[in-house]
Design a binder for this molecule. Sequence first.
Ligand code: SF4
Length: 374
Amino acid sequence: MPVVEPFAAKSPYELVVGDDGRVDVRREGRHVAEARLAPRPAWYDRVTPSGRPMHRIATMQGTVLAVYAGSVCEFWVRSEHRPARENCRFCSVGLNLGADDDPAKTEEEILATVHAARREHPLAYVDFNCGHADDGGHLDRLLPVVARVKRETGLLVGVQTPPHPDRARWAALRTAGVNRVSFCFELFDPERFREVCPGKHRVHGQRAYLDAVETCLALGREGPRGEPWVVNGEMVAGLEPPAATIAGIDWLVARGAVPTVCVFRPLVGTDLAHVAPPRPEVVRPVFATLYERCVAAGLPVGAAHDVRPSLVLLAEECRDLVDDPEVRRRLRPAERRLALRRGVLRAALAARRVASAALRAPRGPRVPGSPTAP
Ligand code: SF4
C-alpha cells in the first residue's frame, strides 16, 4: 500500500474509505478527487496445473499483466563472489519476492496464468520484468516464454531487463514480436548512478544501459510488419538534481526512446528508508518537461489504451503539470497530431484485442480440487 510509510502521514491529503469501497481524497477536509481500489481479479485464486495460486505468478496493473520472471535479482544475494549485497539502494524487490510472488515460475505456469487473465480482462499487454542474473542468461531464459505468449495470444508483450552486450539477443526478441524493451538506468548523473546502483555500476556500468537503448532503437526497422516497437529508458526522480533527470529525458527523447519516470519513495525496509522523499515543487518541473518533450517530439505516448502502472507517472498523465501558458500554446499543434495518431493506434490495438479474444485459449490439464476444474 502507498500509505504505510511514515512519510505518508505528512501528506496534506487524506483518504476516507466509504462503506461502498469508494475512496474520497480530501485536502484540508475538502473533497478533491475520488478513487476506487482495483477489484481483486477472480483468477488470482485459481491455480496453475502444477497447483500454484496464480496470484503468485502474475499481477494485474490496470490492463497490464505484470510477470516478474526468473529468480530474485542476484544483486540481493550474498555469495562467494558477492560478500555484501549490491542491490539498488531504493529497491524493495529482494524484500518482497517470495512474500507476494513466487521466485521460480515455469513456462507452463506463466502461460496458464496469462490465458486465465486474458479470459477475464481485456489485457493491453503482458509485461515481463527480471532483475540481474550473474550468469547473464536472462534474455535466453525469457525468449521462449515471451515468444510463446506472443504466439498463443497475439497480445502486446514487453520486457524490462538488464542490458546485454549481444545485439543478436535483442534482435531475436524483436523477431519474436516483442513490442517494448525497457532499460532502468535510474539516474542520469553518473556519480549518483554509481552510489545508488552499486551492482549495476560494477557489472554493467551506466554506459551499457544507454548503449542497449541505442541498439534496440536501431532494431525498429527489422521486426515483423505491424508489430509496434517502443524502447523505454526508466529513471527515478528525487535521487539526483532535477536538471540531471531532465538531461536524461532529453537524451532519450533525442534518440526516439520514451522516458518513464517514477518518484523516489523511501520504502520501509530499503537502504534509503531514512531519506526524505522529494518535495512536489522539486520534481514537478521534471514531469512537466517529460510531457513537453515527448509531445513536441511526436513520441507515441498514450497509444495503448488504459495502461495504468501503479508506480510510474506516464508522460501522457503529466499534461496538467505544464503551467507555462507559452509552452501549452506551442504544444497545441503537436497535441492535435498526437491525438490523431493515438486514435489510429488505439483502433489498431483494439482490433488486435478483439482478434486475440477470438483465439481459443488452451485450458491446460484439469487439476483435481482446483477452482479451474469443473
Ligand atoms: S537491478 Fe536494482 S532495481 Fe532492479 S531488481 Fe535488482 S536491485 Fe532492484
